[in-house]
Design a protein around this ligand. Structure first.
Ligand code: CMC
Length: 415
C-alpha cells in the first residue's frame, strides 16, 4: 500500500493513500487530527473526497461520465429511465424479468394518499413547485413512518415524485389533478398527468416521450454534488429517506445548482428582449462587479465539455425539428456558446456549457413551464439520490457526517 509522508512541527507521519478503481488517488487523512492535532481546511470541498462510492464515475478533465461503469452516451441511447434507475440503485441493469417486476412495482405506487392531495389546496397558485416538492417529500414520512420499509420507501419515492410534480403544475394553472394511469410507462404517465385535461383526448407524442426519457437519464446521478452530498449528510444522521430527499430538493433548488436551468432560459429571454446580442451578455459575465454570470456555463468538476451538454445540444436540434418548434432562444444559445468558447476569459478558466445550458430549450419545446424546470431535474436525480443514500446506509462503516472547522471568532471573554 502506498503512503504519503507529511511533516508537521518537525514530526513525520505516514498516511495511507487510497486508489479508486479508475486510478484516482486520495490521501486518507481520517487519523490526521489524532496523530498531529491538525485538521484539513477546504472551504467548498473542492479538494475533499467525502466518501468512497461505487455509483458514478466522472473524469472532469476528459469529460467522462459513467453510471456503474456504463458510459452516459450508451445509456442515453439504449435505455429507459427506469432501467437506469435500477442500475443506479441496485448496481445492475435489470434483465427482462426484473425490469418488468420493477416497472410493475413502481406503477403500483404512483397514487398519492388522498389526504396528501389536501396539502396542495393550502399553497398559493404562485407557489414555486420546488417548494411543494420538498414539502411533499417531507410529508410522506408522516404517511409512511415505518423505518423497516426501506425497500418499499425507495419505490414509493420514485413512483410518487412524478405525481407530486404534475399535481403542483396543475395546482399552479388551476386545473383538476389528473390521476396516474397504470397502462403507461413512467415517462408517458408523467406527461399524461401534466398535460391531460378531463373529457379531452390526450395522447403522448413519441418525440416528447423520448426527449423526457433522455433528459431524465442524463440527470440521474452526478456523484458528490451539492444536493447528493446533502442527501448523504442528512442520511448519515439516520434521518428517514423522505427527510433526506426533501433536503436534496432544497439543495438542488439554488441557481448555482439545479436552479440554473430556469435561470438559463430567463437569461436567454433577457438577451432576446435586449435585441439578441450575445456579446453584451459575455461582456457582462466577465465583469466581476456586474453580479451576472453566464448561467449554464462552468462546472466545479468538468474542465472540458460536460458530456451531458454535448448530448443535449444535439437533442435540442432533433427534438425541436421533430416537434416542429422554431425557438429563437436555441439560436441565441448557440451564438452565446460560440462567443464564450472563443473568448479568452472562458477559455482560460475552462468554462464550458453544462447540463443546464440546453435542457431548458428542450423542456420549453415539450411544453414544460419554466418554473417546472428544476423539478424536472429533481425527478431525474431521484435514482441518484436514492442510490447514494442506500450506499451510505448499507455501509456498516458509515459514521454521522460531522466536519471540523477553524474557529475565527472572539477569544474567551466575560460579561
Ligand atoms: N460566468 C462567468 N464566470 C464564471 C462562471 C460563469 N458561469 N463560472 C465560473 N466563472 C469564473 C469565476 O468567476 C472564477 O473566476 P476567477 O478565477 O477570475 O475568480 C472562475 O470562473 C472559476 O469559477 P468558480 O466560481 O471558482 O467555480 P466553482 O467551481 O466554485 O463554481 C459553478 C462552479 C457551476 C457554481 C459556476 O461555474 C457557476 O456559478 N456557473 C453558473 C451556474 C450554473 O450553470 N450552475 C449549474 C452547474 S451544472 C449542473 C448542476 O450541478 O446543477
Amino acid at each position: 500500500m502506498s503512503t504519503a509522508k507529511i511533516i508537521l512541527d518537525g514530526k513525520e507521519i505516514e498516511l495511507p493513500v487510497v486508489t479508486g478503481s479508475e486510478g484516482e488517488r486520495a490521501i486518507d487523512i481520517s487519523r490526521l487530527r489524532e496523530l498531529t492535532g491538525y485538521v484539513t481546511l477546504d472551504p467548498g470541498y473542492g479538494n475533499t473526497g467525502s466518501c468512497q462510492s461505487a455509483v458514478t464515475f466522472i473524469d472532469g478533465d476528459q469529460g467522462i461520465l459513467r453510471y456503474r461503469g456504463y458510459p452516459i452516451e450508451d445509456l442515453a441511447e439504449k435505455s429507459t429511465f427506469l432501467e437506469v434507475a435500477h442500475l443506479l440503485i441496485y448496481g445492475e441493469l435489470p434483465d427482462a424479468k426484473k425490469k418488468a417486476a420493477f416497472e410493475q412495482e413502481v406503477t403500483m405506487h404512483t397514487l398519492l394518499h388522498e389526504d396528501m392531495k389536501k396539502f396542495f389546496e393550502g399553497y398559493p397558485s404562485t407557489a414555486h413547485p420546488m417548494a411543494i416538492l420538498g414539502a411533499m417529500f417531507a410529508s410522506m414520512s408522516t404517511f409512511y413512518p415505518k423505518k423497516k420499509d426501506q425497500d418499499l420507501d425507495i419505490i414509493r419515492i420514485l413512483a410518487k415524485a412524478p405525481t407530486i410534480a404534475a399535481f403542483s403544475h396543475k395546482k399552479s394553472i388551476g386545473q383538476p389533478f389528473i390521476y396516474p394511469r397504470n397502462d403507461l410507462s413512467y415517462a408517458s404517465n408523467f406527461l399524461h398527468m401534466m398535460f391531460a385535461v378531463p373529457a379531452q383526448k390526450y395522447e403522448v407524442s413519441p418525440a416528447v416521450h423520448d426527449a423526457l426519457n433522455l433528459l431524465l437519464i442524463l440527470h440521474a446521478d452526478h456523484e458528490q454534488n451539492c444536493s447528493t452530498s446533502t442527501v448523504r449528510m442528512v442520511g448519515s444522521s439516520n434521518a428517514n429517506i423522505f427527510a433526506s430527499m426533501a433536503a436534496g430538493v432544497s439543495a438542488l433548488w439554488g441557481p448555482l445548482h439545479g436552479g440554473a436551468n430556469q435561470e438559463v432560459i430567463e437569461m436567454l429571454e433577457g438577451i432576446q428582449a435586449a435585441g439578441g446580442d450575445a456579446r453584451k451578455a459575455i461582456a457582462q459575465a466577465k465583469d466581476k462587479n456586474s453580479g451576472f454570470k453566464l448561467m449554464g456555463f462552468g462546472h466545479r468538476v468538468y474542465k472540458n465539455f460536460d458530456p451531458r451538454a454535448r448530448i443535449l445540444k444535439k437533442a435540442a436540434d432533433r427534438v425541436l425539428a421533430e416537434l416542429g418548434v422554431n425557438d429563437p432562444l436555441l439560436e441565441i444559445a448557440k451564438h452565446l456558446e460560440e462567443a464564450a468558447l472563443s473568448d479568452p476569459y472562458f477559455v482560460e478558466r475552462k468554462l464550458y456549457p453544462n447540463v443546464d445550458f440546453y435542457s431548458g430549450i428542450i423542456y420549453r419545446a415539450m411544453g414544460i413551464p419554466t418554473e417546472m424546470f428544476t423539478v424536472m431535474f429533481a425527478l431525474g436525480r431521484m435514482p441518484g439520490w436514492i442510490a447514494q443514500w442506500k450506499e451510505l446506509r448499507d455501509d456498516p462503516k458509515t459514521r454521522i457526517n460531522r466536519p471540523r472547522q477553524i474557529y475565527t471568532g472572539a477569544k474567551e471573554r466575560r460579561l
